[in-house]
Design a binder for this molecule. Structure first.
Ligand SMILES: Nc1ncnc2c1ncn2[C@@H]1O[C@H](COP(=O)(O)OP(=O)(O)O)[C@@H](O)[C@H]1O
Ligand SMILES: [Mg+2]
Length: 247
């Protein structure tokens, strides 16, 4: 194993012993994780463990009560979501977020609504169309009439418009059929290989999430319990028994 201090020193995102929650109640009780540049990192864990809460906290939607968060050599603890977005973190939320009554093109334009430079808007949308030719073919289709997998690709494409340094994806496979899930994971992997996209994803679908990531964390009751290279977690008997339906 490489020296963890070394890895931490180079991390793009570092969450350190973070406490956060709702009302007076802490859901996260000392969560620590990091993501190195160019990595796909997957957080797995049972329903209600606090996975989405970790994302909301990284994204500034919930207050960090203790601990800290660093991104790209800056401390971003308790920054506003808009500032965090600007610093280079994009998010694909757990719930469907396309505008169903707008076309694919209009959805992408909405993703750039703060951008004034027409030329740049055109270039960024072309960039996304190059990455997802399927979206280009359907640019005039109402987003709500596309399949679940295509809507997911649109959400991911929209997240890439702003040239993020990292994308947070909360359950990219949610609500998708197994074959489509595979296609989405393959696309995430392809983006990682082609453009070096750094990804932190949450997956309910633990086995596939680990198969398509470099490293993983298990989150239970607001604390991270296991971590390591995804292949090691997939092979770990305790992780298999508790989270992968293995024996
Ligand atoms: N807005 C909220 N207000 C109060 N409690 C919440 C809220 N959102 C989530 N929780 C609680 O926080 C815990 C963790 O939820 P969540 O982070 O969504 O879990 P996961 O994504 O791992 O399934 C759960 O017990 C859930 O009921
Ligand atoms: Mg969740």
């Amino acid at each position: 194993m490489s020296d963890p201090m070394q890895i931490n020193g180079d991390a793009l995102l570092r969450v350190e012993k973070v406490y956060a929650g709702y009302q007076d109640f802490d859901i996260l009780k000392g969560v620590s994780l990091h993501v190195n540049p160019g990595e796909i990192v997957c957080v797995i864990g049972p329903n209600g463990a606090g996975k989405s809460t970790v994302f909301k906290t990284i994204y500034g939607l919930l207050k960090v009560r203790k601990g800290r968060i660093q991104f790209d050599h800056q401390e971003i603890t308790n920054w506003r979501p808009q500032a965090i977005l600007k610093s280079g973190i994009a998010i694909v939320p757990q719930l469907r977020s396309v505008f169903p009554q707008m076309t694919v093109m209009e959805n992408l334009e909405m993703g750039l609504y703060l951008e004034r430079d027409k030329q740049r808007i055109k270039e960024r949308i072309e960039y996304v169309f190059d990455l997802f030719p399927r979206l280009a073919e359907r640019k005039d289709q109402m987003a709500g009439t596309m399949s679940g997998g295509e809507q997911r690709m649109l959400e991911i494409g929209r997240a890439l418009l702003l040239e993020p340094k990292m994308v947070l994806m909360d359950e990219p496979s949610a609500g998708l059929a197994p074959l489509i899930t595979r296609m989405i994971f393959q696309n995430i992997r392809r983006l990682n290989e082609e453009i070096g996209l750094t990804v932190l994803m949450i997956e309910q679908n633990a086995r596939q999430g680990l198969e398509f990531s470099h490293r993983g964390y298990v989150l239970e009751l607001g604390q991270n319990t296991y971590e390591g290279p995804s292949q090691e977690l997939l092979a770990n008997p305790e992780v298999r028994r508790a989270f992968l339906g293995g024996r």
